[in-house]
Design a protein around this ligand. Structure first.
Ligand code: GAP
Length: 462
């Protein structure tokens, strides 16, 4: 079973590379660990995921506004947030091959409960009791250094003219939500919002992850889609439960099967958190975190209020009560959603005696919505008319023109990138003004008048 699952991950990685979804970063130089690039179809899929999230979280809600804060922030932000001191994972090093490994993952792999929030002392105790069972995944040795906390913040030399990084560390943001907290008052004062309200943001985050495993599941540069909802403390339970429902439904609306999702409740809450659940997705390597839905109390605004001397108290216009807002956060990675969408959509099947790979992506996520083909490449009258259709349809939908190889081969290629509809202009089209429209999942074909094409496709493509 485990092998089957690994095989399916390998197949998804291979398709992602072969069909231009994901490339290893700087591949011609041997790659750059835990960093990936989205290719021509990958960028479309990632953009569609972001569009769906942005629409659900801002456009369809009158109580959430958007923000796009800068990646660079004052180093004071990361001091106040606790990241400089406490944003770390437990690290050990194999004394033989010098590979660096996450200690909590090594323990998990042998079935011993551990997590990254444990203190250095706690996790080392568990480590010492289990050393004889743990082998280095690279060289098999059993000789490791004691575990130590490794800070995940990535430093830069922005604005550092002394060259001394320890004196003026400037970080690339480790999570996007800090940009939301420090702008809370700007938004409140400028955007006609009243508590309860939320601020949503999509943007890059950077973490010096110790181990790079599982393709784009855990990367050192990634994008987050985060929303912070500001509330009166008495509203926590109701608001939290509501956001849990909304976020669960988001994945069902994306076409994810419910049996591939589950809730995971955090056992070791960070000291300020009131409630923390993750939505886990059934990746080929097991159920793993997709999104966090956390009730963070008033920790974030209190910390930034104290450190910056800003008064974050909210004055309730109805009751006259003053309080520091509490926060319910929803946070998910674009890359993780992307990987889950690929896993959910990937199918191998036999279609009329022929094997095919198909990505059954919902039309809203599909990188290309319609592919347009002339039946034959060397018939100018077919090519010209197919091109006309392509130019007309691409005003409305993301389209692709393809005249390469036989039609069967073109269908296979579009199936693999998840294109819901293929349109072929053939010799009959010259006579009847109609084209063949082929649907991806059923492979069923229909003749549709050229002048009706847009009307025919629009409702199907949502
Ligand atoms: N502001 C809260 C926060 O950042 P997190 O659990 O560290 O919480 C939230 O991250 C989400 O961001 C995760 O559920 C995951 O989807 C994504 N994420 C975190 N680290 C990641 C990484 N190294 N690579 C890809 N995605 C990551």
């Amino acid at each position: 079973m485990k092998k089957e699952k690994n095989d399916s991950m390998d197949k998804i990685i291979s398709l992602a590379k072969r069909r231009g979804f994901v490339f290893p970063s700087s591949e011609i130089y041997g790659g750059f660990a835990a960093v990936y690039d989205f290719g021509p179809y990958g960028v479309e899929l990632a953009n569609n995921i972001k569009k769906e999230w942005w629409k659900a979280m801002t456009q369809l809600r009158s109580d959430v506004v958007g923000l796009d804060a800068a990646i660079f922030m004052s180093p004071k932000v990361w001091e106040a947030s606790g990241h400089v001191k406490g944003f770390s994972d437990p690290l050990t090093e194999c004394r033989k091959c010098h590979g660096r490994l996450r200690l909590d993952t090594l323990l998990e792999d042998i079935g011993v409960a551990a997590d990254e929030k444990m203190s250095e002392e706690e996790i080392n105790q568990i480590f010492d009791a289990n050393r004889d069972k743990i082998k280095c995944p690279t060289c098999g040795a059993q000789d490791f250094t004691p575990g130590r906390s490794f800070n995940l913040l990535v430093q830069s030399n922005l604005g550092n003219f002394t060259g001394d990084w320890t004196k003026e560390p400037v970080y690339l943001r480790g999570e996007t939500c800090q940009g939301i907290y420090v702008n809370y008052k700007n938004v409140l004062d400028s955007a006609r919002v009243r508590i309860p309200f939320g601020i949503a943001q999509i943007g890059k985050a950077f973490r010096n992850e110790i181990t790079a495993r599982q393709f784009i599941f855990r990367t050192r540069e990634f994008e987050q889609m985060e929303m912070q909802y500001f509330i009166h403390p008495d509203q926590t339970k109701e608001v939290y439960e509501n956001w849990k429902k909304i976020r669960w439904q988001f994945y069902l609306d994306l076409g994810f099967k419910e049996e591939n999702l589950k809730w995971h409740q955090h056992e070791n809450l960070v000291f300020y958190a009131k409630e923390a659940y993750d939505i886990e997705y059934n990746f080929p390597f097991g159920f793993k975190e997709l999104e966090g839905v956390h009730a963070r109390g008033n920790y974030d605004l209190t910390q930034h209020g104290q450190a910056s001397g800003t008064n974050f108290e909210y004055l309730d216009p109805a009751t006259g009560e003053k309080f520091i807002p509490h926060i319910v956060e929803t946070s998910v990675g674009v890359g993780r959603t992307f990987l889950a969408a690929l896993c959910e959509a990937y199918r191998e099947e036999n279609l009329n005696g022929e094997e095919r790979v198909v990505l059954s992506l919902p039309a809203r996520l599909a990188p290309i919505k319609v592919a347009i083909f002339p039946l034959l490449k060397n018939k100018p009258e077919l090519v010209a008319r197919a091109e006309e259709i392509y130019h007309a349809l691409r005003q409305k939908f993301r389209c692709e023109f393809d005249d390469n190889g036989n039609i069967g081969k073109r269908y296979r290629r579009q199936d693999e990138i998840g294109t819901p509809y293929c349109v072929t202009f053939d010799f009959d089209s010259l006579e009847d003004g109609a084209v063949t429209v082929r649907e991806r999942d059923s492979a069923s074909q229909e003749r549709v008048k050229i002048e009706d094409l847009e009307k025919y496709l629009a409702p199907k493509l949502g």
